[in-house]
Design a protein around this ligand. Sequence first.
Ligand SMILES: [Zn+2]
Ligand SMILES: [Zn+2]
Length: 102
Amino acid sequence: MGRKFQRRIEDFTCEHCGHQVKGSGFTNHCPACLWSKHVDINPGDREELCHGLMEPVGVERQKDGYRIHFRCTRCGLERWNKSAPEDDFKALLRIARASAEG
Ligand SMILES: [Zn+2]
Ligand SMILES: [Zn+2]
């Protein structure tokens, strides 16, 4: 009681850079450093028990935006996720450049 705003979408603190992330309901990666967390088996289900940090290892340009290639630092699972409009574009470019250099 007493709290007017109950957000159903989850806010979280990025475990990689400490950024306070406002959950949009669509993304679970940090818009500042773009790191994610291995919490879904299927997108949005939060059923995964690994909970490892997922490193953004590549970026691919698509006609409607970008998608980010993640690799879990704990179990090694690789996954592609759509980039969100609020993602830091410089961070995206940095990852793209790093992956191009191999
Ligand atoms: Zn972050
Ligand atoms: Zn994992």
